[in-house]
Write a protein of this length. Sequence first.
Length: 263
Amino acid sequence: MNLGLTDKIALVAASSKGLGRAVAEELAAEGCDLVMCARGKEALDEAAAAIRRATGRKVLALTADLSRRADVARVAKAALDEYGRVDVLVTNGGGPPAGPFESHSAEVWDAAVRQTLESVVELTRAVLPGMKERRWGRILNVTSIAVKQPVDNLILSNSLRAAVTGFARTLANEVAGFGITVNNVMPGYTRTDRVTSLAAKNAQTHGTSPEEQLAKFEQQIPMRRLGEPREFAAMVAFLASDRASYTTGASIPVDGGWIRALL
């Protein structure tokens, strides 16, 4: 299937590892040139170099903390200076800390809002005018299965990713007439550092081992296994493509059947 992504410019946030890296790899394989950003320079540079070698595509790698508005503005400016446009925006970020409500201070909530919600809003604000001018764009937000079915011990993620979903669903209607789609992709339990960390945190809470917690996750999934980052990335690439031009305002799970809801 030709996804029509050759020579498109994609900005992928938090793309040095995990889901973000898998998305960047997939989009580059489909012909996109990239803007990659993450907080850790070493891992980011390694990921960018590997993608350049594997695909031959241009990759601009920028160290940035997208919870800071100044860093968002710097990344957006660098992307526009380098390529002149951003066609595909993939917002993504490490999940906020696990724990029940009373374990999180007001300062932790503030930081989570900046990281999980405000970064999405500010990245969108930076690239949307150009998309509207060209009458083509794809905005894709990496959220979580917790949006549809809250996950225990993840009150920050449950709350703020739901806010991102409300933002995206409303924006989708506002920009549909400009040929821009806005969708959310909800990863389930996937083989990433985030899930390993969550298993360790749950093990500490329940007095078990991380291995037992990972096994518990797998037992909740009808496919009885964790997802692989490349499986998630394939869905993102499709939604970024010309072939998905009539899909907008959707939240699509990639979760092995974990969500039990009908809709």
